[in-house]
Design a protein around this ligand. Structure first.
Ligand SMILES: [Zn+2]
Length: 119
């Protein structure tokens, strides 16, 4: 099974570059039963993609990004709250088709800053 498109290979989080590693079957390859994990000490995020839909993968990716952020910032947050925040954020981004910073590459631009009027 070929890895899905739309998941970045690298992500900068808190000034550090994380590798996003797509794994077809985490249980088979790493003896893990979850679909995603994050190691902030080694700046790696693993995501399982086999037999999964892209929306679930993106949900996991946002979750792991939040995990990296809270570890980086040393914030103590309940895991269920983190999971809910990640899912809700994913929903808002998806429902509004939000793509930031990509207007040069063909993504949907956000509202452009108004040019200042000259006097
Ligand atoms: Zn988690």
């Amino acid at each position: 099974m070929t890895p899905p498109k739309g998941i970045p290979e690298k992500l900068k989080i808190g000034g550090l570059t994380y590798d996003v590693i797509l794994v077809e079957d985490r249980n088979f390859e790493h003896a893990k039963t979850n679909t995603g994990s994050c190691n902030s000490a080694y700046q790696k995020i693993w995501l399982e993609y086999g037999k999964r839909k892209i929306d679930g993968l993106k949900d996991d990716l946002l979750h792991e990004i939040l995990e990296a952020i809270i570890r980086h910032a040393d914030i103590d947050i309940n895991h269920q709250i983190l999971t809910t925040l990640g899912s809700m954020l994913n929903q808002v981004l998806r429902d509004n088709r939000l793509v930031f910073f990509e207007d040069e590459e063909g993504g949907v631009p956000c509202q452009k800053p108004q040019e200042e009027e000259r006097r």
